[in-house]
Design a protein around this ligand. Structure first.
Ligand code: DC
Length: 251
């Protein structure tokens, strides 16, 4: 996979067989369930701080999209390996715009649908996929000059266990479903109570799938701070996260 600004500022070291990452830029790991506000809040906070924002979910979404397009059975490990090595050269992410390309083809619009999220959650159970994406996530996280917020499900537990700050961003299922519903409604895509119920069921299903898997499940790291956005609007959540990072990292 090709990522812009590949000049990594990271030293990867092996400690007792476990890879840890010593980064020269600050890393804030943000994990949490689907629709908890991670991407909108974290990207806005990064803009304010002049940091890089890395949304690792897009990687799983891209791999899911590619496997679906190619008709690859997720249970077929060898086909998956061949496909991933083939696409590892052509998958490209633009950090500034968040656009994702396979070769010259912009696949961004295919990645942010509900079905793409469900597909990504299924793909994310696969250990080969997780293994391949691990170094890429570390590289993306550490290429910033000052700092980066990396969001996902296993950032504080697996990808950056030595992060400078770990945050577990959450919100109640009802609030998360409401937010997703309003987001779709404002795009003219939904509106009825049945739609709301379907969205809520889909998020609940993803919560279970992401938390119950054997490989790097969604879980709060022991040293992560809980950041519950249930009673916050987006401006409040952004301000609170900026405050938290500034205080904890003494910016
Ligand atoms: O953050 P998101 O909704 O775009 O993520 C889509 C799916 O990708 C999510 O349901 C689980 C998977 N994922 C993961 O397993 N580990 C990550 N670090 C990020 C995402």
């Amino acid at each position: 996979m090709d990522f812009e600004n590949n000049s990594s500022k990271t030293d990867h070291v092996m400690t007792q067989g476990k890879s840890t990452t010593k980064s020269r830029c600050k890393i804030v790991a943000v994990d949490g369930p689907a629709a908890s506000g991670k991407s909108s809040v974290c990207s806005a906070v990064c803009s304010k701080l002049g940091w890089n924002y890395v949304n690792t979910g897009f990687l799983y979404r891209a791999v899911a999209y590619i496997t679906r397009q190619e008709g690859i059975d997720l249970a077929d490990d060898s086909a998956l390996k061949v496909l991933l090595s083939k696409f590892s050269d052509s998958l490209r992410w633009e950090p500034d715009t968040g656009k994702v390309f396979v070769g010259d083809l912009d696949i961004t619009d295919h990645l942010y649908t509900d079905i793409a999220g469900q597909d990504a959650s299924r793909v994310a159970k696969n250990s080969i996929v997780r293994e391949l994406l691990l170094p890429l996530q570390r590289r993306l996280g550490t290429q910033s000059k000052y700092g980066a917020i990396v969001d996902g499900r296993d950032i504080g537990t697996v990808v950056f266990p030595d992060a400078d700050l770990k945050v577990f961003m959450t919100a109640s299922l009802d609030v998360r479903a409401q937010r997703r519903f309003h987001q779709l409604e404002s795009n003219g895509q939904t509106g009825s109570q049945e739609d709301f119920d379907a969205i809520k069921a889909s998020i609940a299903k993803r919560d279970i799938q992401d938390s119950a898997r054997g490989e790097a499940p969604l879980k709060q790291a022991d040293d992560a701070l809980t950041f519950d956005t249930s009673d916050m609007n987006s401006e409040e959540a952004i301000a609170a996260l900026v405050e938290l990072i500034s205080t904890k990292l003494k910016l």
